[in-house]
Design a protein around this ligand. Structure first.
Ligand SMILES: [Zn+2]
Length: 475
């Protein structure tokens, strides 16, 4: 097997090679940007979904599923939104040989599929809040270079849509989405920045957008999720109204929350190393691989003892793979390290006799697991591994940011930049020009960074009050 190109030498080359080596996806399908989920990748995706579902249902959201095709007549109702998606839509224009009376859009997101139905579901204040989500595939005709998980044309997508009684309740729903993302990110071991996108970069049709960004590669940033406040921008055109307790009729305020398979790309990007993918235990297709090892020429590998260990750990709810195949142990280590398995348990004849195993975690830490409390010890090692993964990721996250105090300093940025910004659009654009990227926005949550009070605006240096904002080059 070929070695991976070093991560530090070039992020994208490393990323593509690491994803390939772990066999998470097959990009040979003959439509660009539409990749095949392999068995191993599919297992990772199922675990990702489980984490997302647990967190979002924990905030009172219920699952639904709407059709993938949207009539163009519904799609056209919210003007800003349509403008934002015009160039990215796949069209269905024929049924067999017959041109369709109403052309259909393959959903790029589901506002326009759901909201005509929400108008039927929401009648009274007793129907609110309506918090529903679906996990489906969406389709976007992406014109930039496609990358597995990070930029694809058929996207595995979680979208929550909510209807609330008023603007304040909708703002509260956005805050609750941000908090739910924090719960998920703990399982992903991903430190992140939650920022309010500047006015000129919000989602089409939104009142405001909160995005989750992480630093990746060479001072680039990756948006890994969003939550939006729509006010009445969609409920007006779609007629989503309710009778308030005082008898008056009001439009609902709406929110959305969107996450995708890009999270798998983020997990690979943030945790991976020169040996390949590194999975946190919540996402790992296999959390433990058990490898029986022969003891010299005479002693056969203790396959039965290894199988017993695998079965006992499986019974404790772990995802375990017994690798009793014909490859040499070294080749197996190499393979499962590249695939990102958190713990490897090596069982030789001597260990088998004592009921022990040698445990090597994906960060290279080696220990013995004794016969006493065997399963509990493995569970504890897994938890310690996740903690260590989180600690290392947080350290790198902190190191990825640097304050810039002049526009000049932005020009050759080797970091994601923290800048003092007065909030003016013109100043924001000057920052974007200087960094050749984007003003990502003002943090909604405190960043895990030690920042002094901001001084003057980096662009205009006026007396206006300023806030720290993030600036970077989105991947
Ligand atoms: Zn300014």
């Amino acid at each position: 097997m070929a070695e991976l190109p070093p991560k530090a030498k070039g992020f994208i080359d490393w990323y593509l090679a690491a994803v390939d080596a772990a066999n998470l996806t097959d990009k040979r399908y003959p439509v660009k940007g539409m990749n095949v989920w392999t068995p191993y990748g599919f297992l990772a995706r199922r675990n990702l979904d489980a984490v997302m579902i647990r967190a979002i249902e924990g905030t009172g959201s219920q699952p639904v599923e709407f059709p993938a095709l949207i009539p163009n007549t519904e799609f056209q109702k919210e003007k800003e939104h349509i403008k934002g998606f015009d160039a990215q839509v796949y069209w269905v224009t024929r049924g067999g040989a017959t041109p369709l009376d109403v052309e259909l859009v393959l959903r790029p997101t589901s506002e326009t599929a759901m909201y005509p139905v929400f108008a039927l579901w929401v009648r009274s204040h007793r129907d609110l809040p309506l918090n529903v989500y679906q996990i489906v595939n969406i389709f976007r005709y992406e014109t930039k270079t496609t990358r597995p998980f990070i930029r694809v044309r058929e996207i595995h997508f979680l979208e929550e849509h909510s209807c609330q009684v008023d603007e304040a309740a909708a703002a509260e729903r956005v805050r609750s989405n941000v908090a739910a993302f924090g719960v998920m990110a703990h399982d992903f071991a991903l430190p992140f920045a939650a920022v309010r996108r500047p006015e000129w970069d919000k989602f089409p049709g939104a009142h405001y957008s909160v995005a989750f960004d992480i630093p990746v590669g060479e001072a680039r940033t990756l948006q890994i999720g969003t939550a939006h406040h729509y006010r009445e921008n969609f409920s007006g055109p779609y007629g989503i109204k309710y009778e308030a307790s005082d008898g008056s009729t009001k439009l609902v305020h709406q929110t959305t929350f969107g996450l995708s398979e890009r999270l798998i790309g983020a997990i690979v990007a943030v945790h991976g190393d020169d040996k390949g993918v590194v999975f946190p235990s919540a996402i790992a297709p296999y959390q433990v691989v058990v490898i029986p090892i022969a003891g010299g020429k005479s002693a056969a590998p203790p396959i039965d003892a290894a199988r017993t260990i695998a079965e006992r750990l499986t019974a404790r709810g772990l995802r375990v793979h017994l690798d009793d195949g014909p490859d040499r142990p070294g080749a197996k280590y190499y393979h499962w390290e590249g695939a990102g398995v958190p713990l490897r348990l090596e069982v030789g004849p001597r260990e088998a006799a004592k009921g022990e195993a040698t445990c090597v975690n994906r960060l290279g830490e080696r220990s013995t697991v004794g016969a006493d409390q065997f399963e509990a010890t493995v569970l504890a090692r897994l938890a310690a591994y996740d903690d260590e993964l989180r600690a290392r990721a947080t350290e790198r996250f902190r190191a990825a940011f640097e304050i810039a105090s002049s526009l000049d300093e932005l020009k050759s940025s080797t970091h994601v930049r923290v800048v003092a910004w007065c909030g003016d659009e013109a100043c924001g654009h000057r920052v974007e020009e200087a960094i050749d990227g984007a003003l990502l926005g003002v943090p909604e949550l405190p960043l895990p960074l030690r920042l002094p009070p901001p001084g003057r605006c980096i662009a205009c240096a006026s007396e206006k009050p300023v806030q720290w904002a993030l600036a970077g080059r989105p991947l």
